[in-house]
Design a protein. Structure first.
Length: 364
């Protein structure tokens, strides 16, 4: 699963990417510093994995990961090809979710491509370009579906009604994710189009050090604006995150955070938020050789979870042996969980809960 970092040039995207991935993408004080997208695979911080590892003491510990993509800054006219816009929009289309960075700080030494700081205007610029591209995609699809609908095809008539609703919303500057559609219609008619404004989004308010804990007036305006979309937002001082990232020891980082009044690096919160944005959750396997976090979609069944390890596990699934994380944590071992009757036997219909510790029985 892949989350793309987007925004106008010079809002802190590449600096944020570096904090998340340690990949050292080029970042500088001029537009289009990033042209080809940078990609980093980022570990998802999870205290539960650390706790299981301390109890089991395995040879290896393997965390869950998220793929983060640093996409070049968009500008006005991107949907018409301005600023290599078509290439950048294509990069966004390939992601599963969007991390939209908004500049919420003043600094005369960092050029703003629009000449002044206004995150609401910046959001509107990006939204408008994505909406225009989506409108182009919807209109092309609508032409094909309309021909089939005129022949009386019932499915085409239904799809045309959904496309008309989307088209009307886009023409009124609505993002598709905020248009009221049934889940069935989204799955059948919207999802296959990979529309840009249908992707889940997390807004990152990039603030200066003084606003790292409390936010500022710009953040309050962003919060009010994105509430109507049902979108999440996060306050991050990206320059401070970069400074924290340069510190070598855990102790130094913790002292730095305490001085700022922060409990943990904002980058850790962002990675977890991106993971949730992608509608993913974690289950664990725990043994002497390996304690590992496995990534599955929310709502996955036990056989689907088994299939993440190996397709044979799903094909030949017999049962799952499950300990809830809270039971494992309190009882401190699999043996004690068994003695306490806390190991459950679950079948094919079991929906995996976030944090389950699982063993699978299968036969191929």
């Amino acid at each position: 699963m892949k989350a793309g970092i987007v925004g106008l040039p010079n809002v802190g995207k590449s600096t944020l990417f570096n904090c998340l991935s340690n990949a050292k993408a080029q970042s500088a004080n001029f537009p289009f510093c990033t042209i080809e997208p940078n990609i980093g695979v980022v570990n998802v911080p999870d205290p539960r994995l650390d706790r299981l590892a301390s109890l089991v003491n395995p040879e290896k510990v393997i965390p869950a990961t998220v793929e983060i993509v640093d996409i070049a800054g968009l500008v006005k006219g991107a949907s018409k090809g301005e600023g290599l816009g078509n290439q950048f929009l294509g990069n966004i289309r390939e992601t599963d979710a969007i991390i939209h960075v908004l500049r919420c700080f003043d600094n005369d030494n960092i050029v703003h491509v629009e000449g002044s700081v206004d995150p609401l205007r910046d959001k509107e610029i990006i939204d408008f370009e994505l909406q225009l591209k989506d409108l182009e995609t919807v209109e092309k699809k609508r032409e094909k579906v309309n021909r089939a609908a005129r022949t009386g095809n019932k499915e085409a008539i239904k799809e045309l009604a959904v496309l008309d609703q989307i088209k009307q919303g886009l023409e009124q500057a609505q993002n598709i994710r905020s248009i009221a559609l049934t889940e069935d219609d989204r799955m059948a008619f919207v999802q296959p189009l990979q529309l840009l404004t249908d992707k889940p989004v997390l807004y990152v308010c990039n603030v200066d050090e003084s606003a790292a804990v409390t936010g500022n007036a710009w953040v309050e305006k962003v919060q009010a604006e994105v509430a109507s979309e049902g979108a999440e937002y996060l306050v991050l001082a990206v320059s401070i995150e970069a400074d924290i990232n340069e510190l070598e020891s855990y102790e130094e980082r913790q002292l730095f955070l305490e001085d700022l009044g922060l409990e943990e690096p904002g980058a850790a919160k962002l990675i977890r938020s991106a993971y949730q944005l992608l509608n993913q959750q974690t289950y664990f396997t725990a043994g002497e050789k390996e304690v590992r976090a496995w990534t599955i979609p929310v709502g996955a069944s036990a056989p689907q979870a088994a299939g993440v390890i190996h397709t044979d596990f799903e094909k030949g699934f017999i049962r799952a042996e499950v300990i809830s994380y809270s039971d494992y944590d309190s009882l401190e071992s699999e043996i004690k969980a068994k003695e306490a009757g806390k190991i459950r036997i679950e079948g094919k219909d079991y929906i995996v809960a976030n944090g389950d510790v699982m063993h699978f029985r299968f036969n191929v």
